[in-house]
Design a protein around this ligand. Structure first.
Ligand code: PMP
Length: 353
């Protein structure tokens, strides 16, 4: 509290990111980072980067990067927007499209940054309860609204919604529909091709998960050029240079190395399936995951206790003390070795009473 704050700042309820411990070496399975390094091509590009370029402002339009993304997704450059992490792309989207006379709608269990942006931009919202089994019933979204946003796969449940449902949403609404595909590369089918058919659909993805570049901060949106122009109007009223020149160059190299990208995604999917089986054998119910994390609850031990015990043993996972999910752990898929450490530590904890 401070006398210097505006009323709005007093009212904010900021997002709390997962821990990034600076003190101890943990097996870190708590923030859905990729356990593998970025592509060797990215490393080479950073090593060879001409540091003299740092004295200049970067290309404000990130032209080469947008071109590379456009080519990858078979769209035009004016269908692509890039931002400083998909969180920034989301924030600009909320400001550009969702402050309407009708409420923005999103699932009651979804990415916890959405209500935070609603607070920051004073956007009215309404949450739609998802089913008991955490699946999403698309017909429940059939209400008068000023916009819809859904993560697919959903976070933190890890569950995938069929593309046909997304198409139905786009068809039945004249408002903007945003699909947040932060985790789509781990087993889902992207809605990007639908952006050519539906002017109101914006698909947002990130370099943070499947491309092992969370530290570089890069996200992007694909959609009709009028939506992209709206985002550019917000961006250029906020920060003309959100993507530094090193990040622009490194990201292009990441897109160019498709085989490394495919390989690491496949490895994570394989490890996820293995870990899900092993956790099931240990008495966990594991939701069907299409992401680089799993959401699991144990038949007899509380999630909060398991989280604390794991942390004591040097394994960090995510626990949300929130209604409906306070008995679940969200576990990021690490390397095979890291997952073995998790399973071994959990087995030990579960043997103790
Ligand atoms: N969307 C979802 C559903 C997420 O879980 C995250 C990661 N916290 C993001 C967007 C943001 O990712 P980033 O800003 O690293 O691109």
């Amino acid at each position: 509290m401070s006398q210097y704050w505006t009323d709005l700042v007093h009212k904010l309820d900021p997002y709390i990111p997962g821990e990034q411990p600076q003190d101890q070496q943990y097996v870190k399975l708590n923030t859905n980072e990729n356990p593998y390094p970025p592509s060797p091509k990215v490393t080479a590009t950073i090593d060879n980067y001409n540091k003299d370029h740092l004295k200049l402002y970067p290309d404000p339009e990130s032209t080469q990067l947008r071109q590379a993304l456009a080519q990858r997704f078979g769209v035009q450059q004016d269908n692509v927007f890039v931002g400083n992490g998909s969180d920034e792309v989301l924030a600009h989207s909320f400001q550009a499209f969702f402050k309407q006379s009708k409420p923005l709608v999103f699932p009651d269990l979804s990415y916890s940054f959405y209500p935070v942006y609603c607070g920051l931009y004073e956007i009215e919202s309404k949450t739609i309860p998802i089913n008991e089994d955490f699946s999403i019933n698309i017909n429940d979204f059939d209400i008068d609204n000023g916009g819809i946003i859904i993560p697919n796969p959903n976070a933190p449940t890890s569950m995938l919604m069929p593309l046909a449902d997304i198409e139905q949403l786009c068809k039945n609404n004249s408002s903007v529909v945003i699909i947040d595909e932060a985790y789509i590369d781990f087993g889902g089918e992207s809605a990007i091709p639908l952006t050519r058919k539906y002017d109101n659909l914006l698909v947002i993805q990130t370099f943070s998960k499947s491309r092992s570049l969370a530290g570089l901060r890069l996200g992007y949106a694909i959609g009709h050029k009028d939506l992209i122009e709206g985002l550019n109007r917000v961006k250029d009223s906020f920060n003309s240079y959100p993507i530094d020149s090193l990040a622009q160059t490194a990201a292009v190299s990441s897109i160019e190395d498709d085989s490394y990208f495919q390989q690491t995604c496949q490895k994570i999917v394989q490890t996820r399936e293995q870990a899900s089986e092993q956790l099931t054998r240990l008495g966990f119910k594991v939701l069907p995951s299409a992401a680089n994390f799993i959401f699991a609850c144990h038949e007899s031990r509380s999630a909060q206790e398991l989280y604390s015990e794991l942390k004591k043993a040097g394994v960090l996972v995510r626990y949300f003390n929130k209604p409906r999910i306070d008995n679940y752990l969200r576990i990021t898929i690490g390397t095979e070795q890291e997952m073995q450490k998790l399973i071994a530590t959990l087995s030990k904890i579960l043997q103790q009473n």
